[in-house]
Each structure stands twice: as structure tokens, then as C-alpha cells.
Design a protein around this ligand. Structure first.
Ligand code: ADP
Length: 173
């Protein structure tokens, strides 16, 4: 059976899934937004493990334990900062999603939840970011039969609406 794609509104730190994805920065040493929320909820051991990873390139991802989170793992990815769209941003954002799904497959994870990577402080337009996210999920589901559930978590109503509209355009029900 194919995996389900769910679009929900809420706080990603509360989800009981195999992995939640963190929209991190290149240092992996914590930041604001969803990164700050994940580190607060996971506790100080998460920062300790991240400190040993030596950072992460934009478009790449690293996996750690989830510590005090209900999620078993955190996959930290660094999405691109939006500079207008002609600095390779779409390819880098696609790469972030693809690398997260690759790590999930390598670790045998069945469920994964994503925030809107790059669409906060990094300024990526939400509508375009949502399409990249959802298309990456469709590709991952086809490539990874072990994947059962992909969740996209929005922090507010407006973002939730944008994701639902993007899903309708792409043909995800
Ligand atoms: P980036 O720097 O990659 O843009 P941000 O953390 O600034 O990352 O924002 C990414 C998205 O995550 C934004 O849409 C923001 O509203 C959302 N967000 C922030 N906190 C949470 C949370 N606890 N759960 C889910 N989404 C969140």
C-alpha cells in the first residue's frame, strides 16, 4: 500500500513519528523558529549531539536522536535562503527534501513530519515551497515502499491553506 500524505496544522514538536525534520542553519547549533522550538522540546542533549556533527551544507541533511521529543529522531536539514529565486533556491530546497527522505529510507523510518523548510525566516515564498515539498513526498513514496506516513505541519492557518491549495493543484487528495 502507498504511504499517506497528511497536511495538518500544529506544533511539529508534539508529533509521535519516527522523525521530525528541523529547518536548521549551517552550524546545526540552534536558531530561532522551528529550530528553537525543537531544541527546547528535545532538551540539551540534542545540541550536544549536533555539536559533534560539524555543521551541514545547504541542501543536505543529518540525523540525530530525538531525546525528550515524542519523535524518535530529528533530521536536520538546511534549506536555502531566498534571494529572489535565481540563485539555485528551487534545486537546493528540492535537495533538502530529497536528502531527508534518503536518510529516512536508510534508517528504515516509516513516518516523517516536515515543517515548511525555508519558508520562515529564510523567506522562501510559501506557495512555491509547498509545491516542492509535496512533489518530493510523491517521489519518495514511489521510491520507498517502507514509508507509511508523510506529514506536513503548518504553524498557522494561512500556511495550512497554502499547502491544501498546492496539494489540490498537484492532485493529492
Ligand atoms: P527557515 O529558517 O528554514 O525559514 P523557520 O523556522 O524560520 O525556518 O520557519 C520554517 C517554518 O516553520 C515557518 O513556516 C514557521 O512558521 C514554521 N514553524 C515555526 N515553529 C514551528 C513549530 N513548532 N511547528 C511547526 N512549524 C513551525
Amino acid at each position: 500500500m502507498k504511504a499517506e500524505i497528511k497536511i495538518v496544522q500544529g506544533d511539529i514538536t508534539t508529533l509521535d513519528v519516527d522523525a521530525i525534520v528541523n529547518a536548521a542553519n549551517n552550524t546545526l547549533l540552534g536558531g530561532g523558529g522551528v529550530d528553537g522550538a525543537i531544541h527546547r522540546a528535545a532538551g540539551p542533549q540534542l545540541l550536544q549531539e549536533c555539536a559533534g556533527l560539524g555543521g551541514c551544507e545547504t541542501g543536505d541533511a543529518r540525523i540525530t536522536a530525538g531525546y525528550r521529543l515524542p519523535a524518535r529522531h530529528v533530521i536536520h536539514t538546511v534549506g536555502p535562503v531566498w534571494h529572489g529565486g535565481d540563485k539555485g533556491e528551487p534545486a537546493l530546497l528540492e535537495s533538502s527534501y530529497r536528502r531527508c527522505f534518503e536518510l529516512a529510507r536508510l534508517q528504515g523510518l516509516k513516518s516523517i513530519a516536515f515543517p515548511a523548510i525555508s519558508a520562515g525566516v529564510y523567506g522562501y515564498p510559501m506557495r512555491a515551497a509547498a509545491e516542492i515539498a509535496l512533489k518530493a513526498a510523491l517521489a519518495a513514496i514511489t521510491e520507498n515502499p517502507g514509508l507509511e506516513r508523510v506529514v506536513f505541519v503548518q504553524f498557522n492557518d494561512a500556511a495550512q491553506q497554502v499547502y491544501l491549495e498546492a496539494a489540490a493543484r498537484i492532485g493529492i487528495r
